[in-house]
Design a protein around this ligand. Structure first.
Ligand SMILES: [Zn+2]
Ligand SMILES: [Zn+2]
Ligand SMILES: [Zn+2]
Length: 314
């Protein structure tokens, strides 16, 4: 799968476009619920493929999967335009009004503050006794719902979700929910890819476009009779002529040394290659560069090859 050019395109998106994460959008359709538009656009693939592709890369350890959002939507029409509505449990009216309630402790009457009078003194509407000291003979119960139709004091209103799109009502547990995840690149794995996989894929892609037939990690027998393992062998035939390019990939911690250059030249010479390319990561040592020039080896460093705007001229 990692030889798929789409993987290279995806990592281009993540590194060059400075897209820190591949973000999902909620998009119910025939095949699924979620889409990753940036990936679809960059790779030119359909939503269904994208979801499976990202999941595969996550499984292989190249992408981290992170919680992004939790969406709730209508079970009938998939709209997210939902509204939580409260109703009076007694008469089922939606006409609930929030009011400050007072309780007259002496007689136990509970009612909205306004019913106790608005003047200097407050009077209990039930027993007509004047309220004196808050906390002692009466207390405030704070905000409560009162039904505007049946005047019931409502402790726990009945709650239903309404879909504004299709105007249907649903119980809380019938609303559908979905967790959306975004993918982020695993930097450690990405640096490996940048050194090994991506340069190889890019060189292969470029030479294929130029009309070459590509063989990877191929064993070729040279004129000397020796067998060589070649990272990438590109062949183009035109009539009786055959053009062969040997491509080698070498990496070292600091710089690739001249031994790699000499070995590559020896192989290429033995298998009759007309051109030699060496992709070095992070670069060639000064000494090795000298040899490469001497043997007419075209040298690229891996980061150079990874940039899509650089073309590999042969
Ligand atoms: Zn009273
Ligand atoms: Zn009511
Ligand atoms: Zn709906």
């Amino acid at each position: 799968m990692l030889n798929d050019p789409k993987v290279v395109r995806l990592f281009e998106l993540l590194t060059e476009a400075e897209t820190p994460a591949l973000e999902p959008v909620f998009a119910p359709c025939r095949d699924g619920w979620v889409r990753y538009p940036a990936v679809e656009e960059h790779l030119g693939v359909d939503p269904d493929f994208t979801v499976r592709f990202l999941e595969d890369l996550h499984r292989l350890g190249y992408l981290h999967k992170k919680f992004h959002d939790r969406v709730q939507f209508c079970p009938a029409c998939n709209s997210q335009d939902l509204k939580l509505s409260a109703f009076c449990p007694k008469c089922h009216s939606a006409h609930l009004v929030r009011k400050v309630l007072l309780e007259h402790k002496n007689c136990g009457y509970i009612g909205p503050e306004e019913d106790f009078g608005r003047g200097e003194s407050r009077l209990c509407p039930k027993c007509r006794v004047e309220l004196v000291l808050v906390g002692s003979d009466y207390q405030s119960l704070g905000n409560r719902y009162v039904c505007g139709d049946c005047h019931e004091v409502v402790e726990n209103p009945e709650e239903k979700w309404m879909c504004r799109a299709c105007r249907r009502f649903f119980e809380k547990q019938d609303i559908r929910e979905l967790v959306l995840c975004r993918y982020e690149v695993n930097q450690e794995q990405l640096s490996k890819l940048r050194v090994e996989r991506i340069p190889k894929a890019r060189v292969r892609e470029f030479l294929t476009r130029e009309g070459y037939e590509i063989q990877e990690s191929v064993h070729a027998t040279g004129r000397s009779g020796a067998e060589h393992e070649i990272d990438l062998l590109a062949t183009k035939r035109s009539g009786p002529l055959e053009h062969r390019i040997v491509v080698g990939f070498a990496s070292a911690e600091k710089a690739v040394d001249s031994e790699e250059v000499i070995k590559l030249y020896a192989k290429a010479y033995d298998v009759d290659a007309q051109d030699i390319i060496l992709v070095a990561s992070p670069k060639l040592s000064d000494d090795a560069q000298h040899f490469a020039r001497h043997y007419h080896i075209k040298v690229f460093d891996a980061e150079q090859v990874n940039r899509s705007d650089v073309s590999i001229s042969v």
